[in-house]
Design a protein around this ligand. Structure first.
Ligand code: S3P
Length: 734
């Protein structure tokens, strides 16, 4: 973010004060003016070095590039009106309020075109308030919602986004109404319940002096459930009144659940209680709240915690979104950083479970991995410094984690066992174990599959001809080769994705690429820490490319997606189907080309996906199959035998699912034929595969009636915010 010369914070409390502290610490602001109602709080802010100048006069905003309104909700619009005459032309005004629709409308009107307003809600805080509670770390790793509307200035929006990202927040955009509906359930109702429960405890205490004091005897559940009851009453008056409609709707839903439980208790119906508590408990234990968010996503209340029912789109998808950082690059960046000397900073590592698996495994190997806001910091130990793990290394669902680590650990001075979930346990490991054996590696598999035990030992270089094009295998061999003395050459039958080749040089390694399908490294080499910016994942972008292509009237911009030629097969396939996809200013993050992709709806026609296109779109097959189902004509997929050994047998999974929705499909060993037609509603299985689940969410958008996806919790493997992004696009606020 470009540093700011002078900003004003109106209301130097917990949020305003914390932002000033965080910006100052990062050296991102030269001067902070604090404006408030009481000089007493402003004096605390001055004494703590939060602000440079203070006062109660609204005219103090003159000369400020940016003004943050961090007052209680009810005074936001009057404050905007009071400062309006004193603002510099072009100044940006933003807020931090917990209610957005009314605030965006009223503040925009109050500013009367004198400034550029951007609605924002940093979702962070504690029960404490005032400048004394300000904390520079308050926003780290938390979410901030920006709520642009039709007239919002794009540059002001980008600056406000950069501001919150700079203090460590994960920024998402949403329509103001969508924000209010969501926050009603996730914040406003919980506060209201905390006030109500505390009120009931107070009433109990008043019942008589003999009764034990509930505040003294409270257990952890009472303490957890009432912690936020210590919040500021004025602030909560404004939030509850400011979001009354959405709050009361959400409260109604909670009340229904309370009544349901109450009825079951009254009726002595133990089975019913087990069912109700069981569903809640499973949802919490699975830590899958990200996908169990029905509000605004047009996903009906979940029948089971891992099931989602997605309604057809009622209108076009519109908005500008970003997708999680590319998973392939993130895994590599984390692993290379672990093997490097020094601390590597990686920006843009997505929050999916696969990335988490890699981070967890690295921690178990003694590597320092810390996520702070938008960055992951990895303190590497060098090739020789990894520590023998104490237990089994759990790679979860991630094949990339397991295969790349097998190559790394093959040369380690200890043994290690790698395991994963039921899906990973079905995936072939011989493809990596056999070529590694040619370098002297000793790896035991379980009938060719995980769990695998790697018996680390010194390796020798080798020249290896692979019989399957696989970037995972190629990378495992390169990482093993870097630990030998001599030249290792790996040749594939066709060129697979080349992220390893592009990223290793950033860590100071030398890697030769004599031909597109050949790599060579000469070991031993030492890696050095660096900074990596992970571009948006083209595989995640593909869902939106298809969704926006097939939902009539849609127009979606995907910001900052990788357009690495070894990965953008889906764009080529969709263009061959007639899709309207344009790429805007291509920039580079490291050696990876990046673009903003704009896609507009159109009618798709059938195509053939085979050979190189299939290889470059291998992970996008599930959603391309949905595109084929929605297209006119018969699409043929071939040369995709690999699809049978991904997170699920993706050919079978898509064929079964599409047939259940009324589409005629003929399966073959390495692909399938899809007869485009009218998608109907129904129930499909994800087969515990994130991409299958997301593909059917996209299918639901153009289906005749809702589609229920069993195992939708798998979505969290790569894009936990997927349904939230969909909700934003449905409302045109993406
Ligand atoms: C990946 C390579 C591909 C791909 C997988 C990720 C990688 O697998 O399907 O999702 O990051 O190297 P293969 O290497 O098995 O082709």
């Amino acid at each position: 973010m470009e540093p700011l010369r002078r900003i004003a914070i109106v209301g130097v409390g917990l949020i305003g004060g914390s932002l000033a502290l965080a910006l100052r610490r990062a050296g991102l602001v030269a001067e902070v003016v604090g404006i408030g109602r009481t000089q007493q709080n402003l004096d605390v802010a001055l004494a703590r070095g939060i602000v440079d100048r203070t006062g109660t006069d609204p005219a103090l905003v003159a000369g400020c590039e940016l003004v943050l309104l961090a007052t209680p909700g009810a005074v936001l619009a009057p404050t905007a009106a009071a400062i309006a005459p004193h603002l510099d032309a072009g100044a940006i005004v933003t807020d931090a309020g917990s209610v957005k629709a009314s605030v965006v409308r009223d503040c925009t009107a109050a500013l009367g075109g004198r400034a550029r307003f951007v609605g924002a809600h940093p979702i962070a805080g504690t029960e404490n308030s005032g400048a004394a509670a300000a904390d520079a770390d308050l926003f780290r790793a938390e979410r901030c919602v920006l709520t642009p509307v039709a007239g919002t200035d794009a540059r002001a929006l980008a600056r406000v986004r950069a501001l919150w990202e700079a203090v460590g927040m994960d920024v998402v955009e949403m329509a103001p109404e969508a924000h209010d509906e969501l926050l009603a359930l996730t914040s406003h109702v919980p506060h209201l319940l905390a006030f109500a429960l505390t009120g009931a405890a107070l009433a109990y205490r008043r019942t008589g002096t003999d009764a034990p004091d509930p505040f003294v005897f409270a257990g952890p559940s009472f303490r957890d459930a009432t912690r936020v009851a210590a919040s500021s009453p004025e602030m909560w008056r404004d939030i509850l009144l400011g979001n009354a409609t959405a709050l009361r709707t959400a409260l109604g839903a909670v009340r229904e659940r309370v009544d349901e439980l109450d009825d079951a208790v009254a009726a002595g119906d133990g089975d019913r209680i087990v069912a109700l508590v069981g569903a809640a408990s499973a949802a919490k234990r699975g830590a899958r709240e990200a996908v169990a968010r029905p509000e605004g996503t047009a996903v009906a209340p979940a029948e089971a915690p891992d099931t989602a029912t997605v309604a057809p789109a009622a209108g076009p998808l519109r908005g500008s979104i970003s997708v999680p950082g590319d998973k392939s690059i993130a895994h590599r960046a984390l692993l290379f950083a672990a093997l490097a000397e020094g601390t590597t900073v990686i920006r843009g590592v997505g929050h999916g479970e696969d990335n988490r698996s890699t981070m967890q495994v690295l921690r178990a190997l003694g590597v320092g991995v810390v996520r702070e806001g938008g960055e992951v910091r990895v303190t590497g130990r060098g090739f020789a410094g990894l520590r023998a793990p104490e237990g089994v290394l759990d790679c979860g669902n991630s094949g990339t984690t397991m295969r790349l680590l097998t190559g790394i650990l093959a040369a380690a001075p200890f043994d290690a066992t790698l395991d994963g979930d039921a899906s990973l346990r079905k995936r072939p490991m011989r493809r990596v174990v056999e070529p590694l054996a040619r370098m002297g590696a000793l790896v035991d598999t379980t009938d060719g599959r995980p769990p695998v035990t790697v018996r680390g030992r010194p390796l020798r270089p080798a020249e290896i001809l692979l019989n399957v094009a696989s970037a995972q295998v190629k990378t495992a061999l390169v990482l093993a080769g870097l630990q030998t003395s001599g030249r290792t050459v790996v040749e594939e039958p066709a060129a697979s994705r080349d992220h390893t080749e592009r990223l290793l040089p950033a860590f100071g390694a030398t890697i030769e690429r004599p031909r597109a399908n050949v790599v060579a490294v000469t070991g031993p080499q030492v890696l050095h820490a660096c900074t990596v910016d992970v571009p948006g994942d083209p595989s995640a972008a593909a869902f939106w490319l298809v969704a926006a292509s097939i939902v009539p009237g849609s127009r979606v911009v995907i910001r900052g997606a990788s357009v690495n030629p070894t990965r953008n097969g889906a764009v080529d396939v969709l263009r061959a189907m007639g899709a309207r996809i344009s790429e805007r200013p291509v920039r580079s993050l490291g050696d990876e080309p990046v673009a903003d992709l704009e896609v507009e709806a159109t009618s798709l026609r059938a195509t053939v996906v085979a050979g190189d296109a299939m290889l470059r779109a291998i992970d996008e097959f599930p959603v391309l199959a949905v595109a084929a189902a929605a297209a006119e004509g018969t699409t043929r997929f071939a040369d995709g035998a690999e699809l049978r050994v991904k997170e699920s047998d993706r050919i079978a999974a898509m064929a079964i699912g599409l047939r259940a929705l009324g589409i005629a499909v003929e399966e073959s060993e390495d692909g399938m034929i899809v007869h485009g037609g009218r998608l109907g509603g129904g129930t499909v299985e994800s087969h515990a595969d994130h991409r299958i689940a997301m593909a059917f969410v996209v299918a639901a958008l153009v289906a005749g009636s809702p589609i229920t996806i069993r195992g939708a919790d798998a979505i969290a493997v790569s894009d936990p915010g997927f349904l939230l992004t969909l909700a934003a696009l449905r409302r045109g606020g993406g």
